[in-house]
Structures are given as structure tokens and as C-alpha cells.
Design a protein around this ligand. Structure first.
Ligand code: CA
Length: 620
């Protein structure tokens, strides 16, 4: 009897130890868990497992502890240093992930930090050791927008076009894969996305002479699964598939010496409902269509597929399923790469599986993501390059023919050089039914330079400087008139109209937005964290954090406490209700001038409309 009792007690003790060990083991993220991420059925509530929080990329959190009654009491819980890698040239654009009580933050020049999500204590850091020459091969900064997580691996798209898998627990390298050649001016700044057992990425370099693509790699070992080119092969070279053969029919002349462009550096989603990978593609290169071989008599007649498009491919094979071109014959660097959001929305009495994008062109596009069918498009800032959308041609934009330019004819185009909405994430709250979109409005004077030298090694977008629009009758401008130079707008996708708008907000599109089930909307803009009522836009909080380079905010919960967290150029900041840690202080005399938020410089000013030089935000 005694023996049986002892044995039973021993068994209970062993089981207790085993359960304690199991409780300490983090639950491995896989495709199934990712399909629940951020939803009401979240298998790991309180985490932030993928770039846009859910596969739909709504940046909508189920967490409700921080609400309208207490958000005003948000304060700093902890901060942690995030030193930039030497030689970096850019700011902080990375959305962190949060899993296993750990924040994973990418920084300028391909560094990854793992921080304890409760204290900020550094668990490990990883430096991809980018060659110091790499920044010279990137047009617009050595940014990184974040990581993907699945099957115990963190996936980093390093600036020099290497895809790198790290052990999520230790930061040790597991495999590397060369996606493209940095010496051919391909680079990567995109956050990889998981599609089942694959990881999908796209390349930057659209201001150089690249042939753009996005591609899937096997998560297991980093081997290539498929590649979809956004520009056809050079004339005379074999087509990879039917999609390339079709695309080739939309190019003319001697375009191939400049590569064609079509980078994929931000918007990318995996839709498990349809098993599609959907990507936004960037500008055709060089920018003036004449330099891409289109004679003046045929301006606007060659679409240059699949540049400036939303492209859907089969996630297993990479074969084209549908596309919609947001800007046919792009000549204004209107990269259609802004973040894509998927949602199921009632439109005209029907539930539509939509995909939404607000790219640089200043137009908010809504498509049926199952088949690419056009639903609506409308300007979200003043625009003049487009006069409408032809519903008989699946919503094809009707380009204002006066918007084209060459060396002798300059033209003032709305929106301006950095685009009306760049990489700063928008979000969608299914309760309010609204999309929250940071934007900038303005104009830019385009005129063409002499054609660049295709053998110069780098690239050139072919733009002249200092041109003047000499036309006496300006092109008609349409779109909302009450948006100022920049701000935040809530948009109702049912009608594709503004519900409310907050002009200003720090002068640029900032670090983007995130929204919660407790009717809150958060925005990082300038050096301030804002909170609003998600339905009405009433401002509830404007908390200065005094550090430049504020990146996209996330929310997470650990040990029963909800946090708001985001990176800046130099530190990670975690806020909680009643947080008492001392907020960083602004340096005396403010932030010095200079490039690169990672070095303590301020965010760049909003795009100028003088036509002197394009600057400001990403145009990769
Ligand atoms: Ca571009």
C-alpha cells in the first residue's frame, strides 16, 4: 500500500515537472497558427506573429485592456537601445513581431534585435554584416520593414538581397539563400510573408536597371520554389511562361537595355482562402516612357505590364491568376507597392472578398481578390494624372494625356514626388468598417533628362531638374480638397469616401497606424504617439516620445498587461497604462539636420513642389 502511494506521488511529481517543462516551451508557429493570427480565433492571443498582424494584414488587434477610458494614462513601461549598424543609410521602418514573450525588431542595415517583451532586456542580436558598399547600390536607404516567423525560424530579407533564416530562440543562422545580385542593383527592404510551407519576398531596385520579380522559397531549406517576373524577358530570350508572353506584347522599342523596373518592395499578402499570393509592383524604369522605347505618337498606348500593378499568383506554382494595373504606362514613379489589406465587406448588399490598396498614385483601389474584378477606385488626395476609371474595361484608369512629358514639355503632377501614400502602414477595423490611411498631398514638376547611359553600371530614372510647366491652362485636379499637405484619413470602403480626416499629424506619413477591438486607433507620426476613437476620430492621446524615426506601432499582451510598442531610430519604446519610466528627452536645440533617422536626424521634410529634386520617402 505504501509502495503504491509512493509510486503514485512519484508519478504526480513527474507529471508536474513535465507539465512545467511543457508550459515553458513556446508553442511553435506554423501555417495553421498563422491562419488564426490576429483573428477572434487566435491560437496565440496577445502575440504579433506576422507583418500585418493577421494574414489579412488589417493591423487590427483583439486586445481590449487599453480602451477609451484609460488610453490617456499611457506611459513608458520600458525602453531598449537599438544601435544601428555602421554604414547604414536610412531610417527605421520595421514592424516588430512578438512571440514567446519576445520582441523581434529589424533595424537599418539588416540588424535583428530580440528583446524581452516585459523588460526590454536584449536576448540576442543578429547582424547580417552587409558589405559597406551595399548602401551605394540602394536608391533610398537601407531600410528593413520586418521579419516573417514560422516553424521556429525568423526570416530576414537582408539589404544585399540575401534571404536569411534564423533560429527564433537563439538568433543562430539556419540557412541563407541568394535571391539576386546586389552588384546588379537588386536589393531587399521588404518584410517576407509566409505562404504555407514557403516564404515569399520581392526585390527593390526600381530606380536602377533591374527586371523586377517576387519569389517563393521553401521554408525548410531556403531553396527556390518559384519566381514571378513583373517585366518580360529581353526580346529574343525565351518566355518563362504564358504570363511573360502576354506581358511582352505591352512593351515596344528598345526598352530592355534599362531592365524595365517593376520592383516589389512592400505590399505582399498570402490569402489562404484563395491560395493566392498577391503583390503590388513598382514603377517602370526609366520613368519617362519615351526612354522605355515608346515614341511620342504612341504615348499611353503601351501598358508595360506588370509594372504598377496588383498581381495575384497561385501560391503553389507562382503562375499568374489575375492582375489589375493601377497605372498603365507609368511615367511618374507611381509604385503600386503600398500595403495591401484584405477584408470581407458588404458592398451593394453582397459580401465581397476585397483587397484594398492606397499606393503612391493617390488613388484608393478596391478589387475582388478572388478574381481581380474592379469594385471601385477614387482619389484620396488631389490628383490630375487620371480623369476617371473605365468600368467597361474592368476599371482601367483613364490617363490624362497631358500628364506625359519629355525634355521640352514639363508638367506639374498631383500627387507629388514621394507619392500620396508610401510604406507607412494603413489599418482596417472590422467593427467601424473603416480604413485608416496616413497620406501626404502635393505636386511635383516632371520633365525628362537626356536618356541615361545603359552601361553606366547603376541606373537613372531619367528625370530632368528645374523644369517649368509652361502650359497656360493647367490640367484639372480632382479629389478631396480638405486634406491639407498631409494627415490621416478614415475611409469607408463601402463608398470609397472619406469618413473623417485629420490634416497635419507631424508633417509626413510617419510610422503608420494600428487599431483595436476597444475602438482605438493608434498612429505614430513625427515624434508623437496619437490615439483616437476609431469610429469618430476624436483624439484621446498625443504623447510625445521625443525620438525621431518612429516606426509602425504594434500592441501585445504579456503576463496580463497590454502594451503598445514601436521602434524609433535609436530605441524601442513599450508603453502601458500607468507606465512610469522616464520618456526619452529631446536633445537641447532639437534634432540636428542630416540624413538618416538612425543617426539622430529628423524625418525628412514632406515632398517639395518646386521640381528641384525628388526626395523624402522611399521610391525603391
Ligand atoms: Ca520607385
Amino acid at each position: 500500500m505504501l509502495d503504491r502511494k509512493t509510486a503514485l506521488l512519484g508519478l504526480i511529481a513527474s507529471l508536474t515537472i513535465i507539465s512545467a517543462i511543457i508550459a515553458q516551451q513556446p508553442r511553435t508557429v506554423d501555417a495553421k497558427i498563422l491562419s488564426t493570427a490576429g483573428t477572434a480565433k487566435d491560437a496565440l492571443p496577445g502575440t504579433w506573429l506576422t507583418y500585418g498582424h493577421s494574414e489579412s494584414e488589417q493591423r487590427y488587434s483583439q486586445l481590449k485592456q487599453i480602451d477609451e477610458t484609460n488610453v490617456g494614462k499611457l506611459g513608458l513601461a520600458w525602453s531598449a537601445p537599438l544601435p544601428a549598424a555602421p554604414g547604414g543609410r536610412g531610417g527605421t521602418e520595421g514592424t516588430p513581431l512578438m512571440w514567446n514573450n519576445t520582441i523581434y525588431q529589424t533595424m537599418d542595415n539588416s540588424i535583428v534585435y530580440a528583446l524581452d517583451a516585459r523588460t526590454g532586456e536584449q536576448k540576442w542580436m543578429y547582424n547580417a554584416n552587409i558589405d559597406p558598399a551595399t548602401p551605394r547600390h540602394m536608391c533610398c536607404g537601407t531600410h528593413n520593414r520586418g521579419l516573417a516567423l514560422s516553424e521556429g525560424k525568423l526570416i530576414l530579407a537582408a539589404n544585399d538581397a540575401r534571404l536569411i533564416a534564423l533560429d527564433a530562440l537563439t538568433g543562430k543562422e539556419l540557412w541563407q539563400s541568394k535571391v539576386a545580385d546586389i552588384n546588379q542593383y537588386y536589393s531587399m527592404t521588404i518584410a517576407p510573408r509566409i505562404a504555407g510551407d514557403k516564404v515569399v519576398i520581392g526585390v527593390g531596385g526600381g530606380e536602377y536597371f533591374i527586371r523586377g520579380f517576387f519569389a517563393a522559397y521553401n521554408l525548410k531549406d531556403g531553396s527556390l520554389a518559384w519566381k514571378f517576373h513583373t517585366v518580360p524577358p529581353k526580346p529574343g530570350e525565351p518566355f518563362e511562361d504564358k504570363a511573360q508572353e502576354e506581358a511582352a506584347k505591352t512593351w515596344t522599342g528598345d526598352w530592355a537595355k534599362y531592365g524595365g523596373g517593376g520592383p516589389v518592395w512592400d505590399g505582399l499578402v498570402y490569402d489562404p482562402d484563395t491560395n493566392l499570393v498577391i503583390a503590388g509592383t513598382g514603377n517602370a524604369e526609366p520613368w519617362p516612357q519615351e526612354m522605355r522605347g515608346i515614341p511620342k505618337s504612341e504615348w499611353g498606348k503601351w501598358d508595360n505590364l506588370y509594372t504598377c500593378s496588383i498581381v495575384a499568383v497561385d501560391a503553389k506554382t507562382g503562375k499568374l491568376k489575375w492582375y489589375y494595373q493601377t497605372v498603365p504606362t507609368d511615367s511618374w514613379d507611381f509604385d503600386s507597392v503600398g500595403g495591401l489589406i484584405m477584408a470581407d465587406i458588404q458592398i451593394d448588399g453582397k459580401t465581397r472578398k476585397v483587397i484594398m490598396q492606397a499606393p503612391k498614385s493617390g488613388v484608393f483601389y478596391i478589387l475582388d481578390r478572388t478574381n481581380g474584378q474592379f469594385i471601385s477606385a477614387a482619389p484620396f488626395v488631389p490628383v490630375n494624372w487620371v480623369t476617371g476609371f473605365d468600368k467597361t474595361k474592368n476599371g482601367r484608369p483613364i490617363i490624362n494625356q497631358d500628364a506625359y512629358y519629355d525634355q521640352t514639355n514639363s508638367v506639374v503632377i498631383y500627387p507629388g514626388g514621394g507619392g500620396a501614400h508610401n510604406w507607412a502602414p494603413m489599418s482596417f477595423n472590422p467593427n467601424t468598417g473603416l480604413v485608416y490611411l496616413p497620406y501626404s498631398a502635393g505636386s511635383y514638376t516632371f520633365n525628362a533628362a537626356a536618356a541615361p547611359d545603359p552601361n553606366a553600371g547603376g541606373g537613372a530614372h531619367g528625370l530632368g531638374r528645374g523644369g517649368q510647366d509652361k502650359r497656360t491652362t493647367p490640367m484639372p485636379i480632382w479629389g478631396p480638397q480638405n486634406v491639407g499637405r498631409s494627415g490621416l484619413q478614415a475611409r469607408d470602403p463601402k463608398t470609397n469616401e472619406i469618413k473623417w480626416v485629420k490634416p497635419g499629424r507631424g508633417g509626413s506619413t510617419g510610422g503608420g497606424t494600428m487599431t483595436t477591438a476597444s475602438n482605438l486607433l493608434f498612429q505614430v507620426a513625427g515624434t508623437t504617439l496619437y490615439a483616437y476613437k476609431a469610429d469618430t476620430g476624436d483624439e484621446l492621446l498625443a504623447l510625445p516620445f521625443n525620438l525621431p524615426g518612429g516606426a509602425p506601432p504594434i500592441t501585445y499582451e504579456v503576463d496580463g498587461t497590454q502594451y503598445i510598442g514601436f521602434a524609433t531610430g535609436t530605441q524601442f519604446l513599450a508603453m502601458k497604462v500607468g507606465g512610469t519610466a522616464k520618456m526619452p528627452e529631446a536633445p537641447p536645440g532639437g534634432f540636428g539636420r542630416g540624413r538618416g533617422a538612425g543617426k539622430g536626424a529628423p524625418p525628412p521634410p514632406p515632398p517639395a513642389d518646386t521640381g528641384k529634386e525628388l526626395h523624402g520617402q522611399d521610391k525603391q
